[in-house]
Design a protein around this ligand. Structure first.
Ligand code: SAM
Length: 350
């Protein structure tokens, strides 16, 4: 373990970088894993972020902890791509790589490259397996050219037995802070930036589509090596097309909810819904209107929003109250909840 880590603070304590399976990584990664580590939509997001943030012409790229896909997109812009990982068969199958190196970073965090050899270092869905991250990040700073980019991408999926404890115990936001802390520990990097993409529809043919959960969230943290060319304009892509800024469009959507019962988020018809009558709840309406589209962005983003409030496993649907002409969220524990009270299966809104 790094001495930096052990003296640092209570987050990076003696157990922070222990794993359930602390055996040699070479043993675990001997098994070929030609599997996608994210759903297809999340993989598209990863490629778009890389594409947008790598602004260099013909960069030399190091894919750190690489496997059979470097997510560099169809259009080849890199001058040279080097992959460093643990499974030779997976690296051999990676069409993006010009060179490959099998090297265990937990045994030896020293990168086998000269100073300032790369313009870009990528690390995709792998940072959570590093037991000596501070040393590895210092090395990344060394092998990057001044102004070069270190981009770390991750999600909420991992091989649990190989992931370090501090990561497993953290939330998504805390994981972003952990990576930022790694970057801050090396004086070679300038301030880091980060983004989260979540709430996008999971592809319909995905094996987990039946859960109704959105596409895997993608977190990105990046920083540049200080020095010449530092401060390049790196603009992350905009993944928030549902966030309406235009006041006229907002007004149009409000009217559509009131007049034609359209969901302001997805445009689907809101369904007339009988308010449950119980002795304990009083509603001023007999009927309300709810968006039951399982791919509505309001619902898809709701899983994450509810989780942040401690309500894991819940989301909400959009509900429109014609009494006060207001929209509000109605929490749901599952996609089937409340469907039994839809009363207008096939008829028009009113
Ligand atoms: C979840 S996979 C991600 C692979 C690839 N970056 C991608 O985006 O598909 C984790 C990768 O980290 C690599 N890895 C794990 N432990 C490592 C270590 N100690 N040293 C070097 N690479 C390691 C493995 O070879 C494996 O391919």
């Amino acid at each position: 373990m790094s001495t930096v880590a052990s003296t640092r603070n209570v987050v990076f304590d003696e157990q922070a970088f222990q794993r359930d399976d602390d055996r040699d990584d070479a043993f675990y990664y001997k098994v070929d894993r030609f599997v996608p580590h994210l759903d297809a939509e999340a993989l598209r997001v990863v490629s778009s972020i890389i594409d947008a943030l790598v602004t260099e012409d013909r960069p030399e790229v190091l894919d750190l902890m690489a496997s059979w896909d470097s997510h560099l997109g169809d259009e080849r812009r890199a001058e040279r791509v080097v992959g460093l990982g643990l499974n030779r068969h997976e690296l051999d199958a990676n069409p993006a790589l010009d060179e490959l190196i099998v090297h265990d970073l937990n045994r030896d965090p020293t990168l086998p490259f000269a100073d300032a050899s790369f313009d870009v270092v990528l690390n995709t869905v792998s940072v959570d397996y590093l037991t000596r991250p501070f040393e590895v990040v210092a090395e990344v700073g060394r092998v990057l050219r001044p102004g070069g980019l270190f981009l770390v991408l991750f999600s909420n999926r991992f091989f649990p037995e190989k992931v370090v404890r501090v990561w497993r115990e953290a939330s998504g936001r805390e994981r972003t802070m952990i990576v930022e802390e790694y970057l801050r520990s090396s004086e070679r990097f300038g301030p880091s930036d980060n983004m989260l993409v979540h709430g996008r529809p999971r592809p319909e043919d995905d094996r987990y589509a039946f859960t109704g959960l959105p596409s895997d969230p993608i977190y990105a943290v990046w920083a540049e090596r200080k020095g010449e060319k530092f401060g390049r304009r790196r603009q992350p892509p905009d993944f928030d097309p549902w966030f309406v800024r235009d006041p006229e469009e907002l007004e149009r959507r409000k009217r559509a909810a009131a007049e034609t019962r359209e969901c302001p988020y997805c445009g689907d018809r809101l369904r007339k819904w009988a308010v449950p009558q119980t002795p304990f709840t009083e509603w001023d309406q007999e009927h309300l209107y709810i968006c039951f589209n399982d791919r509505c962005p309001f619902l898809l983003r709701g899983w994450h929003a509810m989780e942040l409030q401690g309500n894991r496993g819940f989301s909400y649907r959009l509900m429109y109250n014609p009494g006060n002409e207001r929209c509000m969220p109605i929490p749901i524990p599952s996609l089937t909840a409340f469907r039994e009270s839809i009363i207008d299966e096939k008829t028009p809104a009113d």
